[in-house]
Design a protein around this ligand. Structure first.
Ligand code: ADP
Ligand code: ZN
Length: 207
């Protein structure tokens, strides 16, 4: 089973992906996580990506697509994949379909998590992440509730960058909802609920 998670930044894709990994045993492929890891390791790709990320712009497609191809070649990807933060525009969606055709794979469902813009801005400005295990929490978590690690604010969770990321989402990524509707794999989910309730809606769809 291969799943694409769609939704604005802050819609809860990362949180739902973690729950889906546990329940369905799929591999979590987050281009945001892969890019942040490259930035932290100081690789050439990371250095090239950082400026785009801090500005809330999309990293160039060629970089992201090569990261994805490499990730899909890893052994755990064969058990099925949850794409989180990818594809982010039509070119990336077409590249993914082409790669999957070559691999004899297909996308079984695209889950679009819907949330109003005001809720998103509030969530992102209060979001804090664990430096050690990647847990996604908020200003309400003084330390990571999972591992006790330090919680930090992502460089791109600052008000100006948040607004730009929402603009980029509307312009480049939201059209993918129609793309996957056309492919007859789209499911829309209300994201303005407790994570457990959102996850219940996902399980109702995936079984
Ligand atoms: P969020 O969904 O909260 O914006 P992500 O972790 O998915 O966060 O992405 C953070 C940043 O990484 C994006 O703003 C963008 O700069 C870059 N990025 C992530 N995925 C992609 C992608 N598929 N294409 C281009 N840039 C990406
Ligand atoms: Zn942690």
């Amino acid at each position: 089973m291969n799943i694409v998670l769609l939704g604005a930044p802050g819609a809860g894709k990362g949180t739902q992906a973690a729950l889906m990994v546990e329940k369905y045993g799929l591999a979590h492929v987050s281009t945001g996580d892969l890019l942040r890891a490259a930035v932290n390791e100081g690789t050439e790709l990371g250095l090239e990506a950082k400026g785009f990320m801090d500005a809330g712009e999309l990293v160039p497609d060629s970089l992201v697509i090569s990261l994805i191809k490499e990730r899909l070649a890893a052994p755990d990807a064969s058990k099925g994949v949850i794409f989180d933060g990818f594809p982010r525009n039509t070119l990336q969606a077409v590249a993914l379909s082409a790669e999957f055709d070559l691999m004899g794979e297909k996308i079984d469902a695209a889950l679009a998590i819907q949330l109003d813009a005001e809720v998103i801005v509030k969530r992102l400005s209060e979001r804090r992440c664990c430096r050690d295990c990647g847990y996604i929490g908020s200003t309400q978590d003084p330390v990571c509730p999972k591992c006790g690690g330090e919680m930090y604010q992502r460089d791109d969770d600052m008000p100006d960058t948040i607004r730009n990321r929402l603009d980029v989402y509307e312009k480049s990524t939201a059209p993918l909802i129609d793309y996957y509707r056309g492919a007859e794999v789209l499911y829309e989910i209300d994201g303005d609920k407790h994570p457990d309730e959102v996850f219940q809606s996902i399980q109702d769809i995936l079984g």
